[in-house]
Design a protein around this ligand. Structure first.
Ligand code: ADP
Ligand code: MG
Length: 487
């Protein structure tokens, strides 16, 4: 039996913390007594501890399911630094290394195992963990389970079945943002309907959310430059379109403003390099697409700018959540141009390619002809009759095919090679009829949020996630109301 004392001692000896934050203690104690839970905790508060600490006290293996390979290695390194025997198994490690890790697992080594959900499709993997008893299954970024969430990953929806195959171990589902509907879906999908929900709220009292009505890119760039000079700290500038990102980059270079760039069309090595530079510098500015920053341990981002409106309040709130994780004040500015809504509308239109379209993309990659080798993604686009520069179906398809384990990154011009055709169930999951409609509604909610200048911006986001709270006093609406009251 693990007493509160034992747990506290681990917190101190292994993690070097004096006290728990929020619900951590209750969650950890629950897990150690075999109690599953759904954990909703703001980014940066300490979700990892909720499974890492138990893993040091449980007799057998803890499996952590995580959506991104890039995040796993960091987590493993951090756990190892604390002396927790941890390992990650994913497509990014060589076959030999992977086999070595399987052998170690079977031999009873490692307490903490990080994997993506696709891993459960591999026979060798199932055989390896079949030799171990699983004491805890932690599903990180659990909102990916939900078809209604902003970040649906079809393979996450199989986790309930996987959980049963593992003998229904104690399960923690963890996420920073989930509407009521998404919470229910996570519980049902994992089969933990009766598990308690630990809700730390989503309040980020140190973020000042500001929206600016702006017309055109020139004005946005002037706005950005102004903000940059007022806020010397680390800065992330988000763009929905890579083309905009490059225009901004050009202009900043012309003005002699040093900056980094990060987006999906850079090679993996280059992305890593840019990320490292951003992490290492005291004061740095990065122009990025929203993929940048997910799970990155940079706590002192002081300024975060959206050059274009994101697709939903979920996305917006998750992205601004990457600012001020140290609890000190941070500014989040959204440049809103009515015309940009059309970008998101087009994203929506193309965010749901037909399964047939995706399969065709896959077979083109599999056939690996010389034109693909030469022209990369441009070849795919011409083959798929792509004329509209905002038709992102090929990109979306590549994205999905990678998540499904049908293709994997390599050093070719395209950056991917074919592995196996995607499983039918993934393609079928896409046929969920209401998905485009739901995405449309989310965009509308965001636009309404932008346009409404009657009540606190933070408060309306809390309400959107079914929370009660008080006005923030820091957003543009609160600030302008305070000014009016002063007059
Ligand atoms: P999340 O996954 O919720 O975004 P992490 O698990 O990455 O957050 O933790 C964020 C930071 O908070 C880490 O630097 C972690 O070491 C720190 N942290 C977690 N729990 C505590 C605690 N009880 N006291 C102090 N710091 C903590
Ligand atoms: Mg986390």
């Amino acid at each position: 039996m693990n007493s509160s004392e034992t747990i506290k001692k681990k917190l101190k000896d292994v993690f070097h913390f004096d006290s728990f934050r929020g619900d951590q203690q209750a969650i950890v104690e629950g897990v150690l007594q075999g109690q599953s839970a759904l954990v909703l905790m703001p980014t940066g508060m300490g979700k990892s501890l909720c499974y890492q600490l138990p893993s040091t006290l449980l007799a057998n293996l803890t499996i952590v399911v995580s959506p991104l390979i890039a995040l796993m290695q960091d987590q493993v390194d951090q756990a190892m630094a604390k002396g927790i025997p941890a390992v990650a198994i994913h497509s990014g490690v060589s076959k030999e290394e992977r086999e070595q890790r399987y052998r170690e697992l079977m031999a009873g080594q490692h307490r903490l195992l990080y994997v993506t959900p696709e891993r459960f499709k591999k026979l060798e993997f199932l055989q390896a963990i079949g030799q171990r008893k699983i004491d805890l299954l932690a599903v990180d970024e659990a909102h990916c389970i939900s078809q209604w969430g902003h970040d649906f990953r079809p393979e996450y929806s199989r986790l309930g079945e996987i959980r049963r195959q593992l003998g229904s171990p104690t399960t923690l589902a963890l996420t920073a943002t989930a509407t009521l509907q998404v919470q229910r879906e996570i519980q049902e999908s994992l089969g933990i309907e009766t598990a308690p929900i630990f809700h730390s709220g989503i309040r980020r009292p140190n973020l000042s959310l500001q929206v600016h009505d702006i017309y055109g890119l020139d004005e946005k760039i002037r706005g950005l430059v102004g903000l940059h000079f007022q806020n010397p700290g680390a800065t992330i500038v988000y763009h929905s379109l890579i083309t905009t990102l490059y225009k901004v980059s050009e202009e900043l270079s012309r003005l002699g403003i040093e900056h980094l760039v990060y987006h999906g069309q850079l090679s993996a090595a280059e992305r890593k390099r840019q990320q490292r530079l951003f992490l290492s510098e005291e004061s740095s500015l990065i122009l990025a697409t929203p993929a940048f920053g997910l799970g990155i341990d940079k706590y002192d981002v002081r300024l975060l700018v959206h050059m274009e409106v994101p697709g939903s309040l979920e996305s917006y709130y998750q992205e601004v959540g990457r600012a001020g994780r140290d609890g000190k004040s941070a500014q989040c500015h959204l440049f809103f141009d009515d015309d940009d809504v059309s970008i998101q509308v087009e994203f929506l239109k193309w965010a749901n390619p037909e399964p047939e379209f995706i399969l065709n993309v896959f077979y083109l990659i599999e056939s690996a002809g010389p034109k693909l080798a030469n022209d990369g993604i441009d070849f795919l686009r011409t083959q798929m009759n792509f004329y509209n520069r905002r038709d992102f179906r090929v990109e979306t398809s590549l994205n999905l095919l990678e998540r499904w384990g049908a293709i994997e990154p390599d050093k070719s011009r395209l950056g991917f090679r074919a592995i196996q055709p995607p499983a039918k169930e993934f393609l079928e999951a896409l046929r969920v009829a209401d998905r485009p409609k739901t995405m449309n509604r989310k965009l509308l909610s965001l636009v309404e949020w932008v346009k409404n200048t009657d009540s606190c911006r933070a408060l309306r986001i809390y309400e959107y996630f079914a929370h009660q709270d008080v006005a923030c006093g820091l957003c543009d609406v609160c600030l302008s109301q305070a000014r009016k009251a002063d007059d």
